[in-house]
Design a protein around this ligand. Structure first.
Ligand code: DC
Length: 211
């Protein structure tokens, strides 16, 4: 049996939490594809803090190891911005493509979350979810998380970062962030996390039952 759930959406919309909850509920394997781009972004930052050269970024993607994805500091905003810059480079996306496809093609259930899963990586996924929320709500969530962890940031700066990353992810020419035509859209702006999770699980259950 193979069953693939593709989950896309902008930063801080709740994709990660929902993907993990689906994987745990159905005992599916989960791949957070953003980590791949964050791994390359972090290497690119170590190489140069100002420029993101295509040929070097491609090489950095080729050199990515499983250990690179375990690093604690992949979750910083600086790495997120670098990830969204290397994600524009087609050569980088090509290098990461096979790994994601192979993950989705393994036996059993899989959940992949990212920006182009339902459109490019798994166009034939059994279920496609597009998790979204307003930029203001996403910035506020991120602001609360950062402040809780002791970071001194302003809400306006966090909102600017969210808007900057949204623009880069949506407007790039290769694999832009866009909902697949057959995706179920879940707007979490006014949903509690519990309700967002149960809505997503219900959508997957409906498809899983008839498989
Ligand atoms: O999901 P995330 O915030 O960890 O992703 C970080 C960046 O990586 C995101 O801004 C764009 C890029 N990305 C991508 O282009 N395609 C994916 N499938 C996943 C992430």
């Amino acid at each position: 049996m193979k069953f693939t759930v593709a989950i896309d959406g902008p930063a801080a919309a709740g994709k990660g939490t929902i993907s993990k909850a689906i994987a745990a509920n159905f005992k599916f394997a989960h791949l957070d594809t953003g980590l791949l781009y964050r791994g390359v972004g972090k290497k690119a930052l170590a190489y140069s803090r100002t420029s993101f050269y295509p040929e070097i970024s491609e090489q950095l993607a080729l050199e990515l190891t499983p250990e690179d994805l375990l690093s604690d500091d992949l979750r910083t905003d600086e790495v997120a911005q670098a990830a969204s810059k290397v994600a524009i480079i087609p050569e980088v996306r090509d290098v990461l493509f096979d790994f994601q496809r192979n993950f989705a093609n393994q036996e059993g259930g899989t959940v992949l979350d990212g920006r182009d899963i339902g459109t490019i990586i798994c166009p034939n996924a059994d279920v496609k979810l597009f998790i979204t929320a307003s930029a203001e709500v996403r910035a506020l969530r991120r602001f609360k998380e950062l402040t809780k962890n002791g970071h001194k940031v302003s809400l306006q700066d966090v909102l600017n970062d969210v808007l900057g990353r949204d623009a880069r992810d949506r407007e790039r020419t290769v694999s832009p962030l866009i909902a697949a035509e057959d995706a179920i859209i879940i707007d979490t702006s006014h949903l509690s996390i519990e309700l967002a999770i149960s809505t997503a699980i219900e959508a997957v259950t409906v498809k899983f039952k008839v498989k």
